[in-house]
Ligand binder design. Structure first.
Ligand SMILES: Nc1ncnc2c1ncn2[C@@H]1O[C@H](COP(=O)(O)OP(=O)(O)O)[C@@H](O)[C@H]1O
Ligand SMILES: [Mg+2]
Length: 444
């Protein structure tokens, strides 16, 4: 700290060694001189005249940036001198460090924002079916109620996570964090500290400074508890407490912290059944099940397959950096007939594979032969419940013909040879089943 003392006239009466070092002058050239001769822009001199203290001003002296304070000394109501000192001998050192910290902080903020933000919105959900339209309306409504808990159910790959993102992004909280926790991926003994955090020294091996839990991280935003059914029973009660009270207590902590978080939970399991069998707490189920969005499996909304497919093809082509191509009717028919146990995620995988094969082949159009789904078409469980033997046989024949045709790249004469039938009778059958063979289906 540099210290200086001015008398009533502004003459420097005292200054310490540090100040001399800053001025780079010997003591006898400073003491006894007027302050404005040494430092023409002296702030202390103004204090001498006004009698007003000035605390913490930025002061540059002899190239050193300092933080100065000038305090008037009174005798009665008369200023008889000024005591000046500077803290932070070189605040730019401090400022550089501060700048660096701030830059780092901003970088981390961006990173955290990127990590904890929702990537998808309702525009990314493609559908045509009435069922999807209904749940989209519900989801859009609930997005407007920023604290309402949402339970999303549906088979794996139906778009549960997509909906969670979309709800967050359509809500007033869209600029706040969206934090996903995959409850199935975190070992039981770590789940509590992941969700609620811990204080420094909460247990051996605990990080210095403690750890922020996902709930605190999601404060003012949304927490997405994916695979909620996998949360062990003892944690279910803790979770229920947090949801009811909107407070979290870190492990080893003393003060519960108030939080303001929207909870969206998702599962592909039947929670009601789990409640009945005692593996899921009923009270937590009720607490989560405020608004329930159940996404139907893809096989139950065939019209969506037609609509989603071109979007997926476009997205994939961009991602794979290949030319976008159309899909032919034949391939689309195959997609519509398949039962999609893996739902949209499986559709994406099948299309990705198909596009890569088509690209390698140099085929301009995505055709049935590029799609590796035909085997599963022979699943007898997948035959619709037909009334007569005749119609069941026809359904089977239809699928069989598609399969054989696909195996020989839709070369009809070749298929006829394999089936040991006349090509003309095969053509008749294809016509009967509405299986149309266009140019692009035949071998390139
Ligand atoms: N209606 C839809 N429109 C477009 N893409 C969808 C749709 N539903 C699901 N997807 C896509 O399918 C994949 C699986 O969705 P996801 O939300 O992860 O399913 P879940 O969480 O139910 O397993 C994601 O890549 C998602 O973008
Ligand atoms: Mg998922």
């Amino acid at each position: 700290m540099a210290v200086v003392f001015l008398d009533q006239e502004g003459i420097i009466r005292y200054l310490n060694e540090t100040y001399l070092e800053i001025l780079d002058l010997p003591r006898d050239q400073v003491v006894g001189r007027h302050v404005l001769e040494i430092t023409p822009h002296s702030r202390a001199y103004i204090t001498l005249q006004t009698g007003k203290a000035k605390v913490g001003y930025e002061w540059i002296v002899n190239g050193h940036h300092t933080l100065g304070t000038a305090l008037p000394i009174f005798k009665g109501d008369q200023v008889i001198g000024v005591f000046g000192y500077t803290i932070f001998l070189n605040i730019w050192d401090g400022k550089n460090i501060l700048d660096e910290i701030l830059a780092n902080l901003n970088m981390y903020k961006d990173e955290v924002h990127r990590l904890y933000s929702a990537a998808y919105s309702f525009e990314n959900i493609h559908y045509q079916s009435k069922a999807m339209n209904d749940i989209i309306i519900l989801a859009r409504q609930v997005a407007n109620h920023p604290l309402t808990t949402v339970l999303i159910t549906g088979e794996s790959g139906t778009g549960k996570e997509l909906f969670a993102h979309a709800i967050h992004n359509a809500s007033r909280r869209y600029k706040r964090p969206f934090v996903r926790v995959n409850c199935a991926a975190i070992p039981d003994n770590l789940l509590e500290s992941e969700l609620f955090g811990y204080e420094e020294g909460a247990y051996t091996g605990a990080k210095k400074g403690g750890k922020l839990g996902k709930f605190e991280l999601a404060d003012n935003g949304t927490i997405f508890l994916d695979e909620i059914a996998e949360v062990p029973l003892n944690m279910q009660s803790k979770l229920l407490f947090v949801l009811q009270e909107q407070v979290v207590e870190r492990l080893g902590g003393v003060h519960p912290a108030k939080i303001n978080v929207r909870v969206i939970a998702a599962t592909n399991r039947n929670l009601e059944k789990m409640v009945k069998s005692g593996s899921f707490r009923q009270d937590l189920y009720y607490r989560l099940n405020v608004v329930h969005i159940n996404i139907p499996p893809l096989r139950d909304r065939v019209e969506d397959i037609r609509l989603i497919t071109p979007h997926i093809i476009n997205n994939l082509s961009r991602r794979l950096n290949i030319s976008a191509r159309k899909i032919d009717d034949q391939a689309l028919q195959m997609l519509c007939k398949y039962n999609w146990p893996g739902n949209v995620r499986e559709l994406e995988n099948v299309l990705e594979r198909g596009l890569i094969i088509a690209e390698m082949e140099g085929a301009g159009v995505l055709s049935g032969r590029h799609l590796n789904i035909s085997d599963k078409q022979f699943d007898f469980n997948n035959l619709s419940e037909a009334k007569s033997l005749k119609s069941m046989l026809e359904e089977y024949e239809n699928k069989l013909l598609l399969k054989i045709l696909e195996n020989c790249q839709f070369d009809v004469p070749e298929a006829a040879r394999r089936l040991n039938v006349d090509p003309s009778s095969l053509y008749r059958k294809l016509k009967k089943y509405g299986i149309c063979i266009k140019k692009e289906y035949s071998i390139p």
